[in-house]
Design a protein around this ligand. Structure first.
Ligand SMILES: [Zn+2]
Length: 190
């Protein structure tokens, strides 16, 4: 499957009108034609211009090409951003921890589930399977996962106190827990 950019070859923008494409094609075909008066032409470039015109002058082929081109660009961008990376929760997680006064006095461990987006395991983030949009992620390249963090709450936390954690497992994340004691009113929740 060719990854040539037919718009670049014709020197037009991807939203060029049919007339603009035709004008660019005519100009370039004249310039590169093997019998061109301007220095013998360029058969290879002429061939490319010809192919670009065949694709872009046909509304159906152009629409199909536009979609493929968008997906290829998406995939290239995503590959760059995900190469060598591991999943991470990039935004600080804010979570309200509702506890009874008794639990707060005693402390303990709590589990905090955090949803996050990461590379689709089916298309590996490309958004494409066999040049079609991936059905598992609708071509977006990411799917939703849930990381469950186990954090330790010290004994004696107070209402509205904010506990700050940096976790590395199961994925790196910054977590802020606001303690809400039952019976202390609903203020301060977020
Ligand atoms: Zn996918």
């Amino acid at each position: 499957m060719s990854e040539r950019d037919w718009y670049e070859i014709l020197g037009v923008s991807p939203d060029a009108t049919h007339e603009e494409i035709r004008a660019a094609y005519r100009r370039l075909a004249r310039r590169y034609h093997p019998d061109s008066a301007e220095g013998g032409g360029d058969p290879k470039q002429f061939q490319l211009v010809q192919e670009a015109w065949e694709v872009l002058s046909d509304p159906d082929r152009r629409a199909a090409y536009d979609q493929k081109r968008r997906l290829q660009r998406l995939r290239r961008g995503r590959r760059r951003s995900m190469v060598g990376a591991r999943p991470a929760v990039t935004m600080p997680v804010r979570y309200t921890l509702v506890m009874s006064p008794h639990e707060a006095a005693r402390g303990g461990t709590v589990e905090v589930p955090v949803p996050y987006l990461w590379r689709c395991p089916v298309c590996l983030g490309s958004g494409l399977v066999a040049f079609e949009p991936c059905s598992d992620c609708d071509g977006g390249g990411t799917v939703k996962y849930t990381a469950v963090f186990t954090v330790h709450v010290p004994a004696g936390v107070r209402h509205n106190e904010i506990l700050h954690f940096r976790a590395d497992e199961p994925v790196p994340a910054e977590i802020m827990l606001r303690v809400a004691l039952r019976g202390s009113g609903g203020r301060g929740y977020y």
